[in-house]
Design a protein. Sequence first.
Length: 314
Amino acid sequence: MAKNKEKKSFQIAGLMVSVIARFCSFLPLRAAHAIGSGLGLLFYYLPNKTKRITLFNIQHCFTDHCSSEHQQLLKKTLKETGKTLTEMGAMWYWSNKKLLKHTHFEGEELLNNTIEPSKKAAIILCPHLGCWEIVNLAICSKTHLTSLYRPQRIKMLDRIMLAARQRSGGTLVPTSNSGVRSLYKALQSQQLVGLLPDQDPGEGKGIYAPFFGIPTNTMSLAGRLITQTKPQVLLVYGVRLTKGRGYKVIIKQAPEQILIADQDRIAMIINNLIETSVREIPEQYQWTYKRFKYQPDGSNFYADMDTSNQRGRS
């Protein structure tokens, strides 16, 4: 009974998201973002789980901030989260050409160096910062990209999202042994592969490395790929510009020592690289995600979330 109820709730949520996205696809990006910002304000003023998780993460990652600063960042973050939802209309239904008109690069020469004068193997690390969907399109507009893809729990959204990502021209491979082999093959063929480096790999499946001073379960796959293939490593994320002006895809070079480090050190370097970028635009990071759930001692970081949040806005 409980499983059927959960399945039905996912179906309803999927239908709502798809309807909102489809409606917003007919709007200019500025209007879609304005609607998203409004939805975010609703999440800020109404009690909800997303708000509690976001505030809890912010409180623990910005311990040098006061309560009012936490609230300001919470409000900004939820507004950006709303934009993430409403901009899906553009990501899923707009043509590649139309989307690229709203996109420009910073650090484009770093990407070009992996393509010309001869192709070089490279790993694209794309954290959940800004609009990560635009990164796939931006990279694929210049060269081929092989990326891992984890199916969404909501089947309706999975079909739409998969079709949109495939439209960009890249190759999507499953998060399985066969998918990992495809990544190795792509790198050995001097191609680019894409990873989401801040996605929790699951209990007992990662390496613990600090992120905002908190031990964080970090994927080991990036470290294995780097130590075995010695590719170029780039951090890429899509900053959402104000007033619906589009996106700035920022490309950064990882420190050179990442190529000679062991896997534990690589995880630390990657998390530090992500943290540095997040601090530049903290409101556009996915603070709604339980990034710190699994701790080295086996405890659940969010076990006392409700108690902690009684000190914040309800």
